[in-house]
Design a protein around this ligand. Structure first.
Ligand code: TYM
Length: 326
């Protein structure tokens, strides 16, 4: 059976972009692939976090995974920091990764420019991500477009390690949806919809209430043209709304364009808002039902027991190959 993996950072309530780019894909494939889904808390501390808020976000993210439709029987669900081997494996990989490779990563360049006083964790972040992926010999990594470069780096690191020390890792592939690979900010549709965006009007979070969602979508930036057509360069706002609609209704972009021939922008926005509200209301109802359930701890206990064994074996194998033994 093929294996698939992904992780999301517990930095605040996740966005519609995270849902479409990563979670919906995991739900789609959980029936056919051996699935690993974790909470990337070690990645989130590459920028400062309030400890209390972080702990609460970790729990909340787990409840959201389940509320979205992630089946704990079909997924190994765990917290990254509970599996100490990820950081250990990351160190062994770091010593096989070049500074030049890491400093060329787009995300590193963006984030380090925004805050000159960045931590070294921000630079080595993609190596930890490579450790998360390579530990489990997965075939696929479900990600949005913004993380594709990091998965490609994980491939390069794995190929290099295999060449140097003999076959150790499977070479993974990024798995992205055609439509949902990049959901854009509603106010500035040339920018990715991001949790850390300064203007929250452009960002839909999974726990936003229906009124807020409708206001944000009705206020989305469009253009002065009248045609509902997918054209990312000239009509980024409209293309983003078409993309969201297509992703949530499992339709192709051209099917959505056909559906809205002769309609105006207001009608498109109203329909997108209806679809988003319907999808998120179901998720929210489930979320509030389970957020305080004991079940959450049991799921994490099972997940960590299973994944720690695999990670320990991979760590030992790497150490042996590298000569780190008596
Ligand atoms: P994070 O937490 O930034 O994002 C989680 C997932 O959501 C996707 N995503 C988007 N997809 C479409 N449109 C958007 N606007 C959008 N914004 C975010 C991201 O591509 C990602 O798939 N480093 C990772 C977490 C991670 C990881 C891993 C992922 C750690 N280890 C190993 C895969 C495999 C991150 O920060 O994702």
């Amino acid at each position: 059976m093929k294996k698939i993996l992904t992780g999301l950072q517990p930095t605040g309530i996740i966005t519609l972009g995270n849902y479409i780019g990563a979670i919906k894909q995991m739900i789609k494939y959980q029936d056919i692939y051996d699935s690993y889904l974790f909470i990337a808390d070690l990645h989130s501390i590459t920028i400062p976090q309030d400890p209390q808020e972080l702990a609460s976000n970790i729990k909340s993210l787990l409840a959201l995974y389940l509320a979205c439709g992630i089946d704990p029987k079909k997924n190994k669900i765990f917290i990254q920091s509970e599996n100490e081997y990820h950081a250990n494996i990351s160190w062994l990989l770091e010593c096989n990764t070049y500074y030049g490779e890491l400093s060329r990563m787009t995300q590193f360049k963006d984030k380090s420019q925004k805050n000159a006083n960045f931590t070294s964790g921000l630079l080595t972040y993609p190596v930890l991500m490579a450790a998360d992926i390579l530990t489990y010999d997965v075939d696929y990594v479900a990600v949005g477009l913004d993380q594709k470069q990091h998965v490609e780096l994980a491939r390069d690191i794995a190929i290099r390690f295999n060449k140097k020390f003999g076959d150790t890792f499977k070479i993974p592939e990024p798995l992205m949806t055609e439509e949902g690979t990049k959901i854009m900010d509603l106010v500035e549709p040339t920018k990715k919809m991001s949790k850390s965006s300064e203007n929250q009007k452009g960002v839909i979070r999974l726990l936003d209430d229906p009124n807020t969602i409708r206001k944000k979508i009705m206020g989305a930036t469009t253009d002065s043209d009248m045609e509902i057509k997918f054209d990312v360069v000239n009509k980024p706002g409209i293309s983003n709304l078409i993309n969201i609609y297509a992703s949530l209704t499992n339709k192709k972009i051209n099917e959505v364009e056909e559906l809205f021939i002769g309609k105006n922008y207001g009608e498109l926005k109203k329909n997108v808002a209806d679809i988003v509200i319907e999808e998120l209301s179901t998720i929210q109802k489930k979320y509030y039902d389970i957020i305080n359930s004991d079940e959450l701890n049991k799921i994490l206990d099972n997940g960590i027991e299973f994944t720690r064994k695999i990670a320990k074996n991979k760590f030992e194998l790497m150490k042996n190959k590298m000569g780190l033994h008596r």
